[in-house]
Design a protein around this ligand. Structure first.
Ligand SMILES: Cc1cc2nc3c(=O)[nH]c(=O)nc-3n(C[C@H](O)[C@H](O)[C@H](O)COP(=O)(O)O)c2cc1C
Length: 183
């Protein structure tokens, strides 16, 4: 199975999750292309439809994914619309699956302020006809400069997150997802 792990990470939390997903997928014997989006990512180098399974993740910033991720999605949406890969009714494509994930701090309203980011990213896959297998919301501490955000917010003390326990959970969930592909 051909797997893409596409992610954006400003301060490293999502990168940790992405790396754990990729190492787990590789351990399970699948080929995985891990792509960290930057401001320099060229949309013409990315074709989501080249893959059977896509993990797509981002940190959450002002309720949304990182701008480079949204810029990439703008270009991809335009291209897929133009060439007719986004069809009215968004018919499902057999064998195309996606998991959308975020890391988020939730200082003000908890998970609610991460939901728009995940739903935003998910729409790309839904439009293309992927089966969305899951959404993962993983707590990620704020950068140090944000002082009390990691200790006095809606989610309490989130310093050090995602930690090894959280990453282990991601590993187990990845294994669980892929268990359906065993013969
Ligand atoms: C500028 C900025 C804005 C943020 N906005 C939100 C937000 O709207 N909602 C939220 O839940 N977390 C927010 N966070 C917390 C990040 O989503 C969280 O720290 C995440 O793990 C960052 O991922 P990264 O380290 O991969 O960049 C924000 C963090 C920063 C630095």
């Amino acid at each position: 199975m051909k797997v893409l792990n596409l992610y954006y990470s400003l301060s490293g939390n999502t990168k940790k999750v992405a790396e754990r997903i990729s190492s787990t997928v590789e351990e399970l014997g699948h080929e995985v292309n891990t792509v960290k989006i930057t401001v320099n990512t060229d949309a013409s180098d990315v074709d989501l439809l080249d893959y059977d399974f896509v993990f797509n993740g981002s940190g959450v910033y002002q309720w949304l994914p990182g701008e480079p991720m949204m810029d990439l999605f703008d270009e991809l949406r335009e291209r897929y619309n133009e060439i007719g890969d986004i069809k009215p009714g968004s018919p499902k494509r057999k064998g195309k699956m996606a998991v959308v994930y975020c890391t988020y701090g939730g200082v003000h309203t908890g998970k609610h302020e991460a939901t728009p980011a995940v739903k935003y990213m998910e729409q790309m896959y839904d439009h293309l006809g992927f089966y969305i297998l899951d959404e993962w919301y993983i707590i990620g501490e704020y950068p140090n400069s944000y002082e009390t955000a990691s200790t006095e917010g809606r989610l309490g003390d989130i310093r050090g997150k995602p930690g090894e326990k959280d990453l282990k959970e991601i590993e187990e969930k990845t294994k669980g997802l892929f268990s359906q592909f065993k013969n």
